[in-house]
Design a protein around this ligand. Structure first.
Ligand code: ADP
Length: 614
């Protein structure tokens, strides 16, 4: 199963039928009801005009036939008159039909494009509200989510067009043609009617056989786009390990699977299509034979023109029914994609919860965090924190120390409410974290990570992300404080340069400049200098020292220089807190902190450094 867990709980979506699908789509269509009425009217007029050819030909053939059998030589005047009338009617009808079709298509497309935009806005709004845990669940990887959203929007907007715009006129066109056939002759009408259930039966069998394949094809598509995204993201690693062939082979296996599945669906589709064309042809032949027989036996009302008339009317019956099958096919596709798509809209359990507590106006958060017996397990099953109890004092710098995987970043994730603990309690300034308004909480917390996200755009736009209403002068001031101003102004385009082309160290300082603009009372620094050179590290240390003043800071670092600068520290080992206290006191206790500290000093070759700098 490749859909998100969220929709597994939701029986409505996993068992969605065509009726359910249309009900879900209706709210997206109602804003455009007048456009819909206009489109339907035009299409209805179009389907009326589609019958004109048959009627004109019927009359024309009979008139010409009568003219040929008239005694007294060929009457040129009458013949020209018939031809002029036929041409005028047919041409006039074509001009009108072209205008009607144009209007119908433009309106229809307008509805489809608008609905597609609305669906896309709705789903983006929706996933922005999801908690972080959703994105680390199996099946919600970026490529898979993207396919689910793209395909969903495409097939749902097509469904809108198919069902709300095409299907009704098609039905009326077919019914109209059938009525005309019955009016001309009951037996001919009966033959045409007898073909329809056979056609529908074949379509239904085809739909059943295709259903399982559609799910498989969709699953493989999701895996393919996720795989390609992965390759692009990991290009550096792939190249440095010379693993191009391995990656290509992985894709080849998936592509092969996709090719097989597509061929299989095509094979089934062509087989049944052929069968339906055959049935249709049999219908046409039966109608020709029957009408010819009726003409030969001089059945009342039958003339040679009726052969053409009936065949054309039958085409007007069968063509819309063939279209109905295409729509049925698209609807079945849409059912598969709709499950994944509406699964996202329905995933109420994934929406981030927010409390109501806000900061009193004119006051700032102090930043006193208290964790009591906190347990936390990631959705993947990794038990990251065990019975953790700690206090983060306001206005102080607290360091979290421990080996990789000890749970340090997880604590920051919990304090920022990206995840909620399984049990235990976390309070901030005496209020349970869950009761804080999430937006207010995050407005008051600044997060600097090891690798900060730089959005495509200019340097100025990226810094302004910290506070969208900041002036240019404030952006410049923030850049100065983050020690990036000189480097930015040295670039040919200055603050207008593309931020994604900056080096890792420069990007890090852009992130810190963002923080200066945001000016939060609480700051989490998660290995902010881990990927930087010594000079950049020193510059960032200076700017971090400046920003620390009067704020609550949690710093995660492997750099002992930054750790010993802290007021208090907690040492973590596999999710447990094993030591805590002031840095020197904890060192004196021995244990894990001393081990890490000494190893770090040895790896830095402190003795030699001391000798060198003497
Ligand atoms: P540290 O910051 O101390 O290096 P983390 O807090 O990142 O450690 O990780 C603690 C444990 O949680 C590790 O076992 C890690 O594999 C796991 N973990 C971290 N992030 C995730 C995630 N998004 N999904 C699943 N497991 C995770």
């Amino acid at each position: 199963m490749y859909f998100c867990r969220c929709n597994m709980e939701n029986n409505n979506t996993t068992k969605m039928g065509i009726g359910g699908l249309l009900r879900r789509l209706l709210p997206f269509v109602t804003p455009y009801r007048w456009l819909l009425v206009a489109t339907l009217t035009l299409t209805f007029v179009g389907s009326l005009m589609a019958q004109v050819n048959a009627v004109v030909l019927d009359k024309a053939v009979d008139r010409i036939n009568a003219l040929l059998h008239l005694g007294g030589g060929f009457q040129w005047g009458e013949a020209v008159r018939i031809l002029v009338v036929i041409s005028a009617v047919l041409l006039g009808k074509e001009v009108l039909a072209a205008l009607v079709t144009f209007g119908q298509r433009i309106f229809g497309e307008k509805i489809r494009i608008n609905v597609s935009r609305d669906l896309s806005l709705r789903v983006v709004d929706r996933i922005l509200t999801f908690r972080m845990a959703f994105f680390s669940q199996d099946g919600n990887e970026p490529g898979k989510l993207q396919t689910r959203i793209d395909r969903g929007i495409m097939s749902l907007s097509n469904t809108v067009k198919n069902f709300f715009i095409d299907i009704l006129p098609l039905f009326t066109s077919a019914v109209l043609a059938l009525v005309l056939m019955y009016a001309a002759n009951v037996y001919v009408g009966l033959v045409a009617t007898a073909i329809i259930p056979v056609y529908f039966w074949i379509t239904a069998v085809q739909g059943r056989r295709m259903k399982g394949w559609r799910h498989r094809v969709f699953g493989t598509h999701q895996q393919l786009s996720h795989g390609i995204l992965n390759i692009i993201e990991s290009m550096g690693v792939i190249k440095s390990f010379n693993r191009e062939r391995v990656e290509a082979a992985k894709q080849a296996t998936l592509q092969e699977q996709s090719t097989d599945q597509q061929m299989q669906t095509r094979r089934i589709s062509f087989l049944y299509e052929g069968l339906k064309t055959f049935v249709e042809q049999i219908g046409t032949v039966l109608i020709i034979i029957l009408t010819a027989y009726l003409v030969l036996v001089d059945y009342p009302g039958m003339s040679i023109g009726k052969i053409m008339y009936h065949v054309m009317l039958f085409a007007n019956v069968s063509a819309p029914i063939r279209q109905l099958h295409r729509i049925y096919d698209d609807l079945n596709d849409a059912l598969v994609y709709a499950e994944g798509f509406f699964g996202l809209l329905d995933a109420d359990g994934e929406v981030e919860e927010s409390g109501k507590v806000k900061v009193e106006s004119g006051k700032r958060m102090a930043g006193r965090f208290e964790l009591r017996n906190v347990e936390f397990t990631y959705p993947s099953g990794a038990h990251a924190l065990c019975d953790l109890t700690m206090t983060i004092e306001p206005g102080k710098t607290t360091a979290l120390v421990g080996l990789s995987g000890a749970g340090k970043s997880t604590i920051v994730n919990l304090l920022d409410k990206f995840y909620a603990p399984d049990s235990g309690s976390i309070t901030l300034d005496g209020v349970s974290l869950g009761e804080w308004d999430t937006q207010v909480l995050r407005d008051n917390i600044g997060l600097v990570l090891q690798k900060n996200h730089i959005f495509s755009g200019t340097i100025e736009e990226n810094i302004r992300y910290g506070r969208p209403d900041a002036t240019h002068e404030e952006v410049v001031e923030a850049a100065r404080k983050a020690y990036i101003y000189d480097q930015v102004t040295a670039l040919p385009e200055g603050f207008e340069s593309n931020a994604t082309q900056l080096s890792g160290g420069q990007q890090q300082r852009i992130a810190i400049a963002r923080m200066f603009l945001k000016d939060p009372p609480i700051i989490f620094l998660d290995e902010p200098t881990a990927s930087l050179d010594a000079i950049a590290t020193e510059q960032i240390k200076n700017s971090i020292d400046a920003i620390k003043q009067g704020r609550t800071v949690i710093v995660i670092s492997h750099n002992i220089g930054q750790i010993i600068d802290s007021d208090y520290l907690y040492v973590l080992d596999r999710g447990h807190c094993v030591q805590h206290g002031e840095p020197q006191e904890v060192y004196r206790q021995g244990g894990l902190y001393k081990e890490i500290f000494d190893a770090s000093a040895r790896s830095m070759n402190v003795d030699k450094i001391a000798e060198t700098t003497m």
